[in-house]
Design a protein around this ligand. Structure first.
Ligand code: GDP
Ligand code: MN
Length: 385
């Protein structure tokens, strides 16, 4: 789960990191009031889950409360990379002498938290990574030892020549590591980490990504979820305990098991189609889940065919078949009438014969192999385009 800049910086501040005084506004009037209250030059920043807000015009300085009103008015409602800005952060503006980048990611290759730091921070860090990767220093942290003080100092000295500044940076890197570990983050980033002319360090921008599977033990972070920033269908799926990721294609996939779901998407691509989603209905035998899954998938009007790929183990084929029939009935009773989309079903495993019998009783056919099912779904999807 992604959180907003102001939320990440809140967490940073609780760990002792220096962040500017700031507050969130949902209206230009609020922005003016906050600027008045701060009593200094401010920066008005779009709060959306995407980087590069500065370049997109979503970060603007304002010298007076009136100007803060105007900038907030410009930024609120703005579209940044497909996301509508619903709130802005009004922060005390900081005088910048230098911008550095510091970040920690969970690296799958080394299976460790990896620091990435660069003295060439700011808005163009992606370009630095591409063109001059040698300017980015990396360090993989041993999970048992944690970030050792000498490692923090060594990274800090790669960023700053001034020992007094490097000392502050070493502390900040340690705090960032603590934030990363304690929050079960997969990413924690400060860009820019700025130095002011008087030699102080500030975290001016914060970005964090939290492991969804750890959210159950972070109530305060779960509460930061912004419904405006996520797909309605993804929220619906989460409430129904389905793992669902929306994609851009037109073959709707309903699969049991994450591995089989991944393999199904690979097969769809292999046969020239594009999956509309990743959806794992899990190992349970609950027909309600199938109904929810069908609703989610058929609400996407790009979907041209629905593909079920069920390998019955703990999940029983007859339960899934009942779920499919129930879902089709409910859809047929709905305002749109019977489902117009073609459905391809591959059912195999526990109670397979019973499952097939249930499907056949309503005129649906289950195919035998995964390859056959996927090919058929891709063909039907193409025909529907
Ligand atoms: P991003 O573009 O989404 O990463 O947004 P940032 O919060 O990183 O802001 C982009 C850029 O705006 C920063 O790299 C700074 O150059 C500039 N900026 C942000 N806050 C301030 C500030 O308080 N003072 C000054 N002078 N510039 C700022
Ligand atoms: Mn930034």
């Amino acid at each position: 789960m992604n959180i907003h800049e102001f939320q990440a910086k809140d967490i940073f501040a609780r760990h002792g990191m220096a962040i500017p005084r700031e507050q969130v506004a949902r209206t230009p009037e609020d922005a003016r009031r906050i600027a008045e209250h701060l009593g200094v030059r401010v920066v008005v920043k779009a709060q959306v889950h995407v980087g590069g807000r500065g370049k997109a015009g979503g970060v603007k300085l304002a010298s007076t409360p009136e100007e803060a009103f105007e900038k907030a008015d410009q930024i609120l409602g703005m579209d940044i990379k497909g996301l509508t800005v619903r709130q802005v952060l009004v922060a005390e503006a900081v005088e910048i002498d230098h911008e550095a980048y510091v970040g920690i990611i969970l690296d799958r290759q080394t299976r460790r938290a990896v620091f990435m730091v660069s003295a060439a921070g700011g808005v163009d860090i992606e370009e630095v990574a591409r063109e001059t990767p040698e300017k980015i220093h990396k360090l993989a942290v041993d999970p048992l030892l944690g970030l050792m003080p000498y490692q923090a100092r060594s990274l800090a000295h790669k960023l700053y020549a001034d020992p007094a500044v490097a000392r502050q940076a070493a502390r900040m890197l340690t705090q960032l590591y603590d934030v990363f570990i304690e929050s079960d983050a997969s990413l924690a980033e400060i860009n820019p980490l700025v130095t002011t002319p008087d030699g102080k360090l500030w975290a001016l921008d914060g970005k964090m990504n939290i492991d969804d599977n750890a959210l159950f033990r972070h109530e305060e972070i779960e509460a930061m979820r912004d419904p405006d920033s996520e797909e309605a269908t993804e929220a619906e799926a989460r409430d129904a305990d389905l793992s669902f990721v929306k994609l851009d294609g037109d073959i709707g996939c309903i699969v049991n098991g994450a591995g089989l779901a991944m393999a199904t998407m690979d097969m769809v691509k292999f046969y020239g189609g594009m999956p509309a989603n990743f959806l794992d209905i899990g190992g349970s035998s609950n027909p309600d889940k199938v109904v929810t899954a069908m609703n989610i998938i058929t609400s996407d009007n790009r979907v041209k065919a629905v593909l079920f790929n069920i390998f019955g183990g703990i999940t029983r084929c007859d339960d899934v078949a009942n779920g499919i029939v129930t879902a089709l009935n409910r859809i047929a009773e709905g305002p749109g009438g019977p489902l117009a989309l073609p459905i391809v079903i591959r059912l195999t495993g526990t109670n397979e014969a019973e499952g097939r019998r249930i499907l056949e009783s309503v005129g649906l056919v289950a195919v035998d192999t995964m390859a056959e099912a996927v090919q058929k779904a891709v063909e039907l999807g193409e025909a529907g385009r």
